[in-house]
Unconditional design. Structure first.
Length: 301
């Protein structure tokens, strides 16, 4: 409360309420179609700064399509969608994007640190030549080096960042690619199946890393995944897509056997382990079998 004097009287004026952070992504009833076929509809969710949001569902449910819609690369049919305060695609400079990938071949000799540096201006200038940058633009080179060190330390990759990327493990490569997506200080990070093909310890490490990035950098993260269990302890919100419909909310709201079974049309159980953590038991991807009769089903992941 703030006290002010008006003449001989003392008036008490309420302090203004704290500012509410603007949603990084605002979705209300949006729908999307590919090739004239509706993929999903009625997706509604606000993604706030620092949120870790998973996008889940079977193959063909349209998980990757949702990321493309947010990037402005695919249209929405209905509803309202704002990304970083504007229409999709308008503020993509503030988005870090890590698409689906395959591991680098062992013969690839480019260093991990140079892969990270490509996130700054690789689209314009290609593979960087550090000594040339140091001569032509020394101040910019120094600022770049500082940011490289910061982001590599943030993802815990300092020990192997100077190693050829082909000699890094799958988990190490993924950390370096996440650093690449973060180097320009985005407000939103879109990750398309970053846990694919990683072993269980690497999945846990990457999931914990993403949660830490959300908290430390105040970056909102939306991550496509197949299996919720490795990431469930770290999530703030989820979007489940299946059979053209969606289920959104916090883990406590969404992760119930009744709601997931109704969404997928198969029996799914939700249990708690000895530490009280939720565990989803069942194979939601079985629901994708219902889509295989449609030859276009594989177009959207």
């Amino acid at each position: 409360m703030t006290t002010v004097k008006a003449g001989s009287a003392t008036d008490t004026v309420a302090d203004p309420p704290p500012a509410i952070p603007e949603a990084v992504v605002h979705m209300r009833g949006i729908a999307a179609a590919v090739g004239g076929r509706r993929i999903w509809s009625e997706v509604s969710l606000n993604v706030e700064p620092g949120d870790f949001v998973a996008v889940l569902g079977p193959n063909g449910a349209g998980k990757s399509t949702l990321l493309k819609v947010i990037l402005g690369l695919a249209p929405t049919n209905t509803g309202t969608l704002e990304v970083l305060g504007g229409r999709p695609g308008r503020h993509n400079a503030g988005i870090g994007y890590l698409p689906q990938r395959r591991a680098f071949d062992a013969s690839v000799r480019i260093r991990g640190i140079d892969i990270v540096r490509l996130g700054l201006d690789g689209a314009r200038w290609g593979t960087p030549i550090p000594f040339l940058s140091k001569i032509v633009a020394p101040q910019r080179f120094q600022a770049t080096q500082r940011r490289l060190r910061e982001v590599i330390e943030l993802v815990g990759a300092s020990a192997y960042a100077h190693r050829p990327i082909g000699q890094c493990s799958g988990g190490e490569q993924q950390r370096l690619l996440i650093a690449q997506a973060l180097i320009r200080r985005p407000r939103l990070l879109l990750l398309d199946e970053p846990l694919d093909s990683l072993d269980v310890p690497s999945q846990a490490g990457i999931s914990a890393l993403i949660r830490d990035v959300c908290r430390q950098e105040r970056v909102a993260v939306m991550m496509v995944a197949h299996d919720v269990n490795p990431i469930l302890p770290y999530l703030d919100r989820l979007i489940y897509l299946a059979h053209g419909t969606s289920l959104t909310g916090t883990p406590e709201e969404v992760i119930t056997g009744e709601r997931l079974s109704a969404l997928y049309g198969i029996r799914i159980e939700v249990l708690r382990d000895s530490t009280g953590r939720l565990v989803v038991v069942g194979q939601p991807d079985v629901a994708a079998g219902h889509m295989l009769a449609n030859p276009d089903a594989g177009q959207s992941r």
